[in-house]
Design a binder for this molecule. Structure first.
Ligand code: C5P
Length: 221
């Protein structure tokens, strides 16, 4: 198998945060660095896959052999993901903003002198993972991530069902995982939960891609 375990497979990865505009100069965002998703895209390319990486705004170089599509908002991310189908595997690592402004202002919002801040109405963003989990062109293997600060396994189990995913990679972000280089994850599947020791995000990526290759390879008997 070696370095070609995913030859002729198409792996679709989302990574990074999304930016949801408030006005031309302001946005809603989160602290996702994109490191874990980029590491997974790199590991999939190393395993011989064709890789499409849909990336929110991050400061990271494109891994060798990866087709990268840069987006800003959740809606752009969804459109890029759907345009990239069909895929054999989808790994949705992006920390998509749950909400966007109902109506981004065309001009910079100004203080009006009343002392009252401008109201900020929010609406929910599309859930890209949940849409993919029930898509007509659903990839054979749909993997989501869950950044939790409590009841990690429980929340991940619920997410598996709610989003129609095959696996949820759950991590505890109560420490300094976001932006950091190490990650301790649990893989939640219909078969149960696998806990992995804390390792670098590159090592998590390599181990996850190995597991993906195993899941896709036909049984030997
Ligand atoms: O619900 P929660 O945001 O915790 O779910 C996290 C998982 O769902 C991640 O895999 C993330 O990439 C995905 N997600 C998504 N679109 C959203 C919200 C989350 O694809 N709008």
């Amino acid at each position: 198998n070696g370095g070609r375990a995913l030859a002729e497979r198409h792996v679709l990865v989302t990574a990074g945060p999304t930016h949801e505009p408030i006005d031309p100069v302001r946005y809603i965002a989160n602290r996702s660095s994109g490191k874990q998703g980029f590491a997974i895209a790199a590991a999939a390319a190393n395993a011989g896959a064709r890789v499409t990486l849909v990336a929110g705004p991050v400061h990271l170089p494109t891994p060798p052999g990866v087709d990268r599509i840069d987006v800003e908002t959740a809606r752009e991310m969804l459109a890029a993901v759907e345009a990239a189908l069909p895929a054999d595997v989808a790994v949705m690592v992006a920390a998509v903003a749950d909400w966007r402004t109902a109506d981004a202002a065309g001009q910079k919002l100004k203080k009006d002198g009343s002392g009252e801040p401008a109201p900020l109405a929010l609406v929910e963003n599309p859930d890209i993972l949940a849409i993919l989990g029930r898509h007509a062109q659903r990839p054979a293997l749909v993997i989501g991530f869950a950044a939790e600060t409590e009841k990690i396994a429980e929340h991940a189990q619920a997410k598996l069902t709610r989003k129609g995913a095959d696996w949820i990679v759950a991590n505890d972000v109560s420490g300094d995982v976001m932006g950091g280089d190490a990650n301790a994850v649990r893989i939640v599947t219909a078969d149960g939960i696998e806990g992995w020791e804390s390792m670098s995000k590159d090592a998590v990526a390599a181990k996850l891609i190995e597991k993906v290759a195993d899941a896709l390879s036909p049984p030997l008997h």
